[in-house]
Ligand binder design. Structure first.
Ligand code: SF4
Length: 339
């Protein structure tokens, strides 16, 4: 776009956020944070649809607008869900048909494929196609599956004159070199771990601050962007483990989150207040009388009045009420018999 090229997203969700000039918030549903009413207003302003248009009318309007762009495009860009090394076949899964049009109507097709998407043989792709569709949208297989093996042949009526594949590293070899985190490269970008994650469900994708959000975003960001740049994403998790249960390729996400947290400590990247606080806690926890006394003092701190001024809780308490302290410590209640 900086060179004056007109670039158009063609997936409906991507199209919506491009019109809104927003980043995606989900790897499968990029506009999931937007309501139908938001889209009604947007399409009314940009495409002239009625303000009470139903979702089918909105989709039809986008389809009309995009069809003209497909026919005028000089070059179509796609990703690649998988790339079979034996035949150079690019496998693409989708539900809207926009990838099929992007890869067959323009004169040139360029596929940008992450290096981790390479599989040895074309026959390996079929299992991955089903596994990805099921985990992403619950479908047996995507509505459109394209297997692209090159430009249009002389006896074919459509297809591009040129096909180029760009293998994208972009930090992946750095991730591969990590003794534990390389397992994240098995990811098929189905988005299931985002859908189940209690943190993602509360925050949405934008607070993660880059394209890949949710649990998978939190474990690949340190490898691809660098740990310092990615902090505090590995801490954006309660480590409940729900993501592992739904991940179709069984990436040990909580273990990798802990792995990055350990690395952050080893490299001295944790905030000083956290290091000092945990050391103080460790010392107190070894002295029961001191621990009880400190607890008694803390229970009397009027957090509701002065909590915002505290160095650790200040930011957290800007928008929240302080919890009410218990009258007794857990130890006291335990001794008295918890009901
Ligand atoms: S980590 Fe697993 S569940 Fe999450 S997007 Fe990747 S493959 Fe899907």
């Amino acid at each position: 776009e900086g060179l004056g090229v007109h670039v158009r997203e063609t997936d409906l969700g991507e199209y919506i956020i491009q019109l809104l000039d927003e980043p995606p918030s989900h790897i499968v549903g990029p506009a999931i944070h937007r309501s139908v009413d938001d889209c009604r207003k947007l399409f009314h302003e940009r495409l002239g649809t009625p303000l009470d248009a139903d979702p089918d009318e909105l989709a039809a309007a986008a389809r009309d607008a995009l069809r003209a762009e497909f026919l005028a495009a000089d070059l179509g860009i796609s990703g690649g869900n998988f790339l079979a090394a034996d035949s150079g076949t690019i496998a693409l899964i989708e539900n809207e048909g926009n990838i099929r049009l992007s890869t067959s109507l323009p004169r040139v097709h360029v596929a940008f494929v992450g290096i981790e998407k390479l599989v040895p043989r074309l026959e390996d792709v079929s299992a991955f196609l089903q596994l990805t569709s099921r985990a992403a949208t619950g479908q047996p297989i995507g509505n459109f599956v394209s297997l692209i093996q090159g430009p249009r042949r002389s006896d074919e009526v459509d297809g591009p004159e040129e096909v180029h594949v760009v293998l994208v590293d972009n930090g992946r070899t750095r991730l591969l070199a990590d003794e534990a985190a390389w397992e994240a490269l098995r990811c098929v970008r189905c988005g299931a771990c985002l859908n189940i994650c209690p943190v993602y469900r509360q925050t949405g994708g934008h607070p993660y601050g880059w394209t890949y959000s949710g649990p998978i975003g939190a474990i690949i960001a340190p490898g691809m962007l660098g740990l310092e740049e990615a902090l505090p994403l590995p801490h954006a998790s309660s480590l409940c483990g729900a993501c592992v249960d739904v991940c179709p390729v069984r990436i040990p996400i909580p273990e990798l989150l802990v792995h990055w947290r350990e690395k952050a400590v080893e490299q001295g990247l944790t905030p000083r207040v956290e290091t000092v606080g945990l050391k103080a806690y460790a010392k107190l926890a070894q002295r029961p009388e001191l621990f009880s006394a400190a607890g008694a003092v803390l229970r009397r701190v009027p957090l509701g009045l002065g909590g915002r001024a505290l160095p650790v809780l200040g930011g957290w308490m800007q928008e929240r009420s302080a919890p009410k302290s218990s009258e007794k410590s857990f130890l006291q209640m335990w001794k008295e018999g918890i009901e």
